[in-house]
Design a protein around this ligand. Structure first.
Ligand SMILES: Cc1cc2nc3c(=O)[nH]c(=O)nc-3n(C[C@H](O)[C@H](O)[C@H](O)COP(=O)(O)OP(=O)(O)OC[C@H]3O[C@@H](n4cnc5c(N)ncnc54)[C@H](O)[C@@H]3O)c2cc1C
Length: 392
């Protein structure tokens, strides 16, 4: 570090804290106009939530704002820019199944999703028998009504993360690993960040993309917390049944979720990825799978499907970080200069990443969202850190 440098000298225009999908995607977008570095506490990137997802793109999932951001990301996934090693997607229709008691809530979801922003895939309601023909792994007689989203996709999360990283590096961006930020002080219009080893970095702007830790990071910079709730979600792998049901084909795959979202499963090679779809509040940490939730999910999955689960091959968990209105928080902090948010991606941070990063860069650099996003119905008021819903 050059101690004789004038006070306004900086190492970077912007430092992004966090090397998950949020951090690398916003860093890539900002690096078009600025010098940017990503700093990550772990020795590898995407170690936390980003490396633990179910890797799906579901336009019917989440609230209306999330669905718009997902829809706006679709073109990037289907036809990725040249710096991404494609393909990033494979077809994976989503089948949401309802027992009798869940039929009304599934009909309401169908209405909300169909009446929402422009969609790419078709959505259909099917009776139980038609749903079983589409997914022969469903237990005959379990499903009363199903909603199928034929536009859903499976994603290559690693390919997406690596792609943003490659794009960032090509734009001259840096990535510093094993660099957990623990302190910050303001010297005129410059932030001086210190990591746990005592290294200092100088930057004009900071972007908080620290996932479950974003409120802890905000405290370092004197910003008010946004009330992030890290909710643990467990996933596990099981072998398929000894005999595959008649009509089941690895090439006609679907993802299946219950209408109450208390389980989901999808084929993964010769195995199946399953989840209790749990949401358990915990402190930010290296999340561990919840054995009780796994046991509960196995009961539900065996009731609803022909998976015949007897044992679990591997399991893991990650923290899905939600705000009070389950919508991301992006853009400048309302009170602290040079500090912006890119947080609250919840259970949708992969599928929204391309559009959310463009939205974030728009707000941070130009103070407004790109017009293609406002044309869809997105607004600063829905996404800003100062919005009223966060105070609730
Ligand atoms: C089981 C499960 C299934 C999911 N399925 C899907 C899905 O199918 N589709 C989808 O779109 N989303 C899914 N998600 C959600 C998605 O994974 C998240 O929205 C997304 O990964 C969040 O990315 P992030 O970069 O914000 O967080 P993270 O990946 O957790 O990154 C935050 C990073 O910040 C770093 N950090 C924290 N504090 C500091 C500090 N002080 N200094 C430096 N670095 C710091 C952390 O080490 C961490 O690496 C799923 C999540 C789970 C758990």
């Amino acid at each position: 570090m050059d101690n004789t440098a004038p006070i306004a000298a900086t190492d970077y225009d912007t430092i992004v804290i966090g090397g998950g999908i949020a951090g690398v995607s916003i860093a890539y977008e900002l690096a078009e106009q600025q010098s940017v570095a990503v700093v990550e506490r772990e020795s590898t990137l995407a170690y936390h939530t980003t490396g633990r997802s179910a890797a799906t793109f579901l336009e019917s999932y989440g609230n209306a704002t999330v669905r718009m951001l997902t829809r706006a990301s679709r073109d990037f996934f289907v036809a990725p820019p040249e710096f991404v090693d494609g393909p990033l997607v494979a077809d994976l229709p989503l089948v949401i199944v309802a027992e009798k008691a869940e039929v009304q809530s599934l009909r309401s979801l169908h209405e909300a999703v169909n009446g929402g922003p422009v969609r790419s895939g078709t959505i259909e309601l099917l009776d139980g028998e038609a749903a079983e023909r589409l997914n022969p792994m469903l237990r005959p007689g379990y499903t009363e009504l199903a909603m199928v989203d034929f536009g859903s996709l499976e994603l290559d999360v690693h390919g997406l993360h690596q792609g943003f990283l490659r794009g960032l590096r090509r734009r001259g961006g840096d990535v510093l690993k094993s660099a957990g930020i623990v302190g910050a002080r303001r010297e005129r219009s410059v932030w001086v960040l210190s990591d746990a080893k005592g290294n200092e970095l100088r930057t004009r702007n900071v972007v908080n993309a620290a996932g479950a830790w974003c409120d802890e990071v905000a405290e370092i910079f004197g910003a008010a917390p946004i009330g992030i709730r890290p909710l643990r979600r467990t996933a596990f792998m099981v072998a398929g049944p000894r005999e595959l049901p008649v009509g089941f084909s690895g090439s006609r795959r679907t993802m299946t979720m219950s209408a109450s979202e208390d389980f989901y499963f999808k084929p993964d090679g010769a195995s199946f990825l399953c989840s209790p779809a749990d949401e358990t509040l915990q402190e930010p940490a290296d999340a561990k799978p919840d054995d009780l939730e796994i046991a509960r999910a196995i009961d539900r999955l065996n009731e609803a499907s022909l998976l015949e689960i007897r044992s679990v091959a591997t399991s893991w968990a990650g923290l899905r970080s939600f705000t009070a209105d389950r919508t991301p928080v992006i853009g400048p902090d309302p009170t602290v200069d040079g500090f912006s948010w890119f947080a609250g991606q919840g259970g949708y941070g992969i599928q929204m990443a391309p559009a959310l990063a463009r939205a974030g860069a728009g707000l941070m650099v130009h103070g407004e969202l790109p017009t293609d996003l406002t044309d869809m119905g997105l607004s600063t008021a829905l996404l800003s850190a100062g919005r009223a819903a966060l105070a609730a």
